[in-house]
Design a binder for this molecule. Sequence first.
Ligand code: ADP
Ligand code: MG
Length: 390
Amino acid sequence: MNTTTRADAGTGALADRFEASFGAAPHGVWAAPGRVNLIGEHTDYNEGFVLPFAIDKRARTAVRLRGDSSVRLLSTFGGQGLVEADADGLAPGTVKGWVKYPLGVVWALQQRGIDVPGFDLLLDSDVPLGAGLSSSHAIECAVVLALNELTGAGLTAEEMVMLTHHAENAFVGAPTGIMDQSASLRGASGHAVFLDCRDQSVELVPFRAQDAGLVLLVVDTKVAHSHADGGYASRRASCELGAEVLGVKALRDVTVADLEEAGGLLDPVTFRRVRHVVTENARVLRAVDTLRSHGPARIGHLLDASHASMRDDFEISCPELDLAVDTARGHGAIGARMTGGGFGGSAIALTPVRDERQVRDAVVRAFAEAGFTAPDIFTVTPAAGAERLS
Ligand code: ADP
Ligand code: MG
């Protein structure tokens, strides 16, 4: 009840702001959340398993279709000015800045043969940027939901997942998988999204840390990551090489039992990359079983093992993430890992409520002592997926 009241008030204010900026009321307001990945990192593009959830931070877009083909885009973030574009003639590589996310969605809709007229759009998001919580997909999902409805395109959630995947890969130029938008579009309050990235099948798995006396802390290290940089792409390339040498369609088809033989076929680096993906898939399945049978209090060791695998085998951690994880574990967290693509971004720490203050203080202190930028630390809970607000 409270949440609804708050959301409505915020939605009204956004609509008012839209009207003040564009001179007419929006046709609607749509929201899509960021996500945290509980476990299953770099498994999505290997057609494996992931277990993210939609978080209680989201992007909201107020949209009004126009009678011409011009697109006017405004964000409440960082005093950025109005950006104007033309819906006709969009092409990959021609758009810079934040508007590549909404315009990438327009382009991807057009690629599907959907006619998108011009529109005015106001974006407001409280998903932290570049923190590994997928602020970019929150935008894309809120936009695709709005345009799907306003154009009458009638796309299903699964189709919108593939569409935003195409937008992010081909238009934005970030070679990401389908996890983020699946969590944002298909998440549900109180649940994690167990996603099989091979066939997009989803099972909602209860994840209520609070009921087990726990909180999930996010430590945003403030180290900017970029999917467009080489690290992410080179990990993908290693995985593709591994699958090719092992003669499988994707690393999803390799089991933990196959690893010994794989060791003899792959160069040492590729083998370690493969071992991360294979063991990570197994950890996701264990986490799902454990959550269902025993609840969140028993998944701590899986989070720890996931972090060690990313640090040592996949080599996508960084000193700030390792410090956040180690310090949280040393001060009461029952499990911790970096989350997201790596090389920066955020760590998560599953922490007993009674130790929350101690963990927060210890991490802040450790960062100061190491001379790192002060981290942002906050809790997240599984929230509703993308929806229309008004
Ligand atoms: P992540 O998705 O992990 O947060 P990305 O680099 O993929 O990181 O996306 C971050 C980008 O998304 C920002 O650089 C910016 O262009 C865009 N962005 C996110 N939130 C907003 C916002 N509120 N207003 C404008 N642009 C935003
Ligand atoms: Mg992103």
